[in-house]
Design a protein around this ligand. Structure first.
Ligand code: ADP
Ligand code: MG
Length: 400
């Protein structure tokens, strides 16, 4: 067996130490506190958030830690353990749309948005340390945004918004604005909701029509199961234009069917028969069948029959690869190698064209399945994948 790494999650103590040490080394003082927020995987319900449908993400044990201190002026300094040693320095105004670029948009964008929305946010220093893989479809961006937003809410606003779900919904929306308007990434609200509105031991059922949520108990341990996350490390350059084109096809199909979003369609069979553009038929068929799979998975999970969701995970992947055409060779190989090694079910998770897949495996089989996937990747000449084990973890909050 090759030297497999299951990427470990930092516990509170380790994350606090790393973020605080970076803060001290960079700014020569101690932070006012440390906040953390998790990455996520989506169990099922993919590409439904802009179609009026459901998604079912849960928080990873892997989190981004932000050590932060208030300043008495309007200056902001930002440093990350993944970037340069020298901190970025600017003003709150520099963190707005069209001004902040790259990672600064994710780290600082929430500050600009919160102030734009009337919160009394001032200058601050922040140091970021993270064990969430970047750009792997595991939502490192929302982990960063939401950790910063929680810190600012607490230090400048008495933690008013972080204290309850209504407030966290507002913080999540502010982070979506930061991602859309400042970072310029056209994403929905799943990632920020997962980071702020989940509870440990639960998946978060999100209804994209009104951003309402329901906690769905997800006890993998009790079922003798584990979710293995496979970060394919595949390069995904095409993703942006593809996302826009999927979205546009769904909007065209919805317009033809005279509904606002595809998930409002009452009779999918009849609707598909009414569409004559083959691309719109395929995209709509994914949306209709995926929404059915989410409903089935919710029923099974709620009935403690987690071991029976495998076929729906497999069905989701087949639909995303065939009808929605957002998979790629690395994701397909990851999924089939995991199944061949005994996974109960597997699917790509996230937007596609790279990123990560999840496999539902028996507890104790994580390394064996990971090993099989790594071997398959080596045979195909792909980059070596990375692995982590997901369990339904806690939402963002203060850790020191
Ligand atoms: P994902 O959210 O799936 O990881 P994204 O492309 O949405 O992928 O977000 C990744 C971007 O978020 C990175 O390119 C970087 O700009 C920013 N980012 C996330 N985590 C950190 C971090 N710990 N330090 C600096 N930048 C980060
Ligand atoms: Mg992201």
């Amino acid at each position: 067996s090759n030297h497999l790494s299951l990427l470990p999650a930092w516990d509170d103590a380790e994350g606090v130490r790393r973020a605080s040490d970076l803060f001290l080394a960079t700014y020569g003082s101690r932070p006012d506190g440390v906040w953390a927020a998790p990455g996520r995987v989506n169990l099922i319900g993919e590409h439904l958030d802009y179609n009026g449908g459901f998604s079912l993400p849960f928080a990873l044990p892997h989190r981004t830690f932000v050590a932060l201190a208030r300043r008495d002026d309007e200056f902001v300094r930002l440093v990350s353990d993944l970037g340069a040693d020298e901190p970025w320095t600017g003003s709150l105004d520099d963190l707005g749309p069209g001004r902040a670029a790259g990672w600064i948009a994710y780290a600082g964008g929430p500050a600009w948005v919160l102030r734009d929305e009337g919160l009394p946010v001032g200058g601050f220093d922040a140091a970021i340390a993270s064990c969430v893989p970047l750009g792997a479809g595991l939502s490192s961006s929302a982990a960063l945004e939401t950790a910063v937003a929680l810190a600012l809410d607490e230090l400048f606003h008495d933690g008013t918004l972080g204290a309850d779900d209504a407030g966290r919904t507002r913080l999540a929306a502010a982070c979506v604005r930061a991602e859309n308007e400042v970072a310029g990434a056209a994403t929905g609200g799943m990632d920020q909701a997962a980071a702020l509105r989940t509870t440990a031991g639960h998946a978060l059922l999100i209804d994209s029509r009104d951003a309402s949520v329901r906690q769905v108990p997800l006890d993998l341990d009790a079922a003798g199961l584990a979710v293995l996350v496979i970060d394919t490390r595949a390069p995904h350059a095409l993703a942006d234009g593809q996302y826009a084109s999927r979205r546009a096809a769904c909007e065209r199909a919805a317009a033809r069917l005279a509904v606002r979003t595809l998930c409002e369609v009452a009779d999918p069979e009849a609707a598909l028969a009414r569409l004559d553009d083959p691309e719109e038929v395929r995209r709509a068929r994914h949306v209709f069948t995926e929404q059915e799979r989410v409903r089935r998975v919710i029923d099974l999970v709620s009935a403690s029959r987690l071991s029976k969701i495998g076929p729906d995970l497999d069905g989701s992947h087949a639909s995303l690869a065939g009808d929605y055409e957002v998979s790629c060779r690395e994701l397909d190989v990851a999924v089939s190698a995991a199944r061949d090694a005994g996974a109960r079910g597997a699917r790509m998770t996230g937007g596609g064209f790279g990123g990560s897949a999840i496999a539902l495996v028996e507890r104790g089989a994580e390394s064996r399945v990971a090993d099989a996937v790594a071997s398959a990747f080596a045979e195909h000449g792909f980059n070596p994948p990375a692995f982590l084990v997901a369990r339904a973890s806690a939402p963002g909050g203060r850790v020191a």
